[in-house]
Design a protein around this ligand. Structure first.
Ligand code: GLN
Length: 486
């Protein structure tokens, strides 16, 4: 039997029943990862994984610990002690962190088994899975390798969709977990800003960044939050709020109010998506929910992408200033200190990254700051106020996670058409407002998945999972992977 295609809960049940064990499962996952053709990996941790699996088998199964012996992959922008962590950028070639990110420490304490590091768009800046220094990462749902899996958490999405592990860690600054989840038929989740410690996650845009992850179903996503949520003194932006038992949600939407947003939900172009989205709304209503279309000022929706882009470029140029080859990373030679930095950054970053840093520096420059950076901050405030107003009257915002199936690599153009920018980038609402947000599969079109997204109130993750579990039961799309033939 192929155990690696199972969900966390299914695998755990088989461990407890003595049907399989972590040694067997880790060997299967390693064999599948080695045979995988989707270019999803940066570095592997197979020796340590095998040792850990052996030790767990000797110790015996922990019946009430669902993460015991569960293999997973880590996006390569999380620090891993003793394992090269490049964020898919040449500038970090050879950099080996001396500590683990907090989320990895927590997963280790729960005895989940890390198998390696997954490829991403360079430094998590991108949405295509095309810009990592090892080249394109592919979507397992398309054997011909024409469709992207999306990004920036491209490898993490690809490895779960390929049926190699039941979950993987990613990061979400604009949509980098929730968009690839849509393209890869997975559940992709980001929590409220501050809910999960980001200690050891490479900063991209700290006012937006969140640890996120991919799973094969909603329950597994809630289960992971039970372990990952909570204050960490090493991340001063992590919240002191009490942690709930998220996996104890009751799947029920009776009396709950969902808002769809005019200007996004009424302009769906893909007919299959439209049909399934509308049907899911009818079914939510049948189960006792209210679903209404709400209008947000179209100017604010139109400003989503530009606001995100100005803020993220500005924060990223500042937060990546430490990548200079002086303290760590792949240093280039130079006669002076300045030459070393210049040569290192010239050789180390791709053109895409340089473009973002130039835009970011331009908007932070004193003479431009009011007009660009401060203005984007003000626009963000207006967007957040409008969204929070919707979320005082409604429990959730319910929208397609993407306009269609994963685009083909050669379709990915810089489409700056405003309607397209809104439908393709609205998930950034969850980051601008720091809200918990989850994508889950909604339908299959031409053999490729499309997801739907639910965004909730800050720190309201438990009800978000409850609502998502209801949608999951409506769609019947659960535990998908490339071979599941749905
Ligand atoms: N696609 C967005 C970008 O390119 C989001 C990236 C992310 O969430 N890390 O910036």
């Amino acid at each position: 039997m192929d155990y690696t295609v199972l969900s966390i809960q299914e695998l755990h049940d088989l461990y407890v029943a003595g049907k399989t064990n972590p040694v067997e499962v880790v060997e299967q996952a390693i064999a599948k990862a080695k045979a995988d053709k989707n270019n999803a990996l940066e570095a592997v941790m197979y020796d340590d994984a095998r040792k850990m699996a052996m030790q767990l088998v000797n110790e015996g199964v922990e019946e009430d610990n669902l993460l015991w012996g569960i293999p997973y992959f880590i996006k390569d922008n999380f620090s891993t002690k003793g394992v090269e962590t490049t964020a898919s950028s040449n500038i970090l070639k050879g950099y080996v962190p001396h500590f683990d990110a907090e989320v990895i420490t927590r997963l280790k304490a729960k005895k989940a088994i890390p198998l390696g590091k997954a490829a991403l768009d360079e430094l998590a800046m991108g949405g295509s899975g095309m810009s990592g220094h090892l080249g394109r990462t592919f979507n397992p749902f398309d054997e011909t390798h024409q469709h992207m899996v999306g990004g920036s958490s491209a490898g993490s999405a690809s490895l779960v969709a390929a049926g190699i592990v039941p979950f993987s860690l990613g990061s979400d600054t604009g949509d980098s977990v929730r968009k690839p989840a849509s393209y890869a038929g997975l559940v992709g989740f980001k929590p409220t800003w501050g809910r999960i410690s980001r200690y050891g996650l490479y900063p991209f845009t700290p006012s937006l960044d969140a640890v996120g992850y991919f799973t094969r179903n909603v329950f597994d996503a809630a289960l992971l939050l039970d372990t990952l949520a909570g204050r960490d003194d090493k991340d001063l932006t992590s919240s002191f709020r009490e942690v709930d038992q998220y996996s104890a949600y009751q799947a029920d939407v009776k009396g709950l109010k969902f808002a769809t947003l005019k200007g996004i939900s009424n302009s769906i172009g893909n007919p299959v998506l439209k049909q399934h989205y509308d049907r899911s709304i009818e079914e939510l209503v049948k189960r006792g929910a209210t679903v209404e279309m709400v209008e947000i000022d179209q100017n604010l929706l139109n400003a989503l992408f530009s606001t995100y882009f100005v803020l993220s470029c500005a924060e990223s140029t500042s937060n990546n200033a430490n990548l200079d080859g002086v303290k760590f990373g792949a240093r280039q030679a130079g006669k002076t200190y300045i030459d070393v930095i210049k040569n290192t950054r010239t050789a180390g970053f791709s053109a895409l990254i340089k473009r973002r840093f130039i835009l970011g520096s331009y908007s932070l420059k004193q003479e431009n700051q009011e007009l660009l950076f401060r203005r984007a901050q003000k626009a963000r405030r207006l967007i957040v106020e409008a969204v929070n107003k919707v979320l005082t009257d409604y429990d959730f915002i319910y929208l397609p996670a993407a306009p269609s199936i994963a685009p083909k690599f050669d379709q990915k153009s810089d489409n700056l058409n405003i309607a397209h920018l809104v439908e393709d980038n609205h998930l950034v609402i969850g980051n601008l407002a720091g809200l918990p947000s989850i994508t889950l599969p909604l339908c299959i079109d031409r053999g490729m998945p499309i997801g739907v997204n639910i965004t909730g109130r800050a720190f309201d993750e438990k009800r978000l999972f409850a609502a998502a579990a209801v949608v999951e039961s409506i769609t019947g799309l659960k535990n998908l992977y490339v071979g599941s033939k749905k």
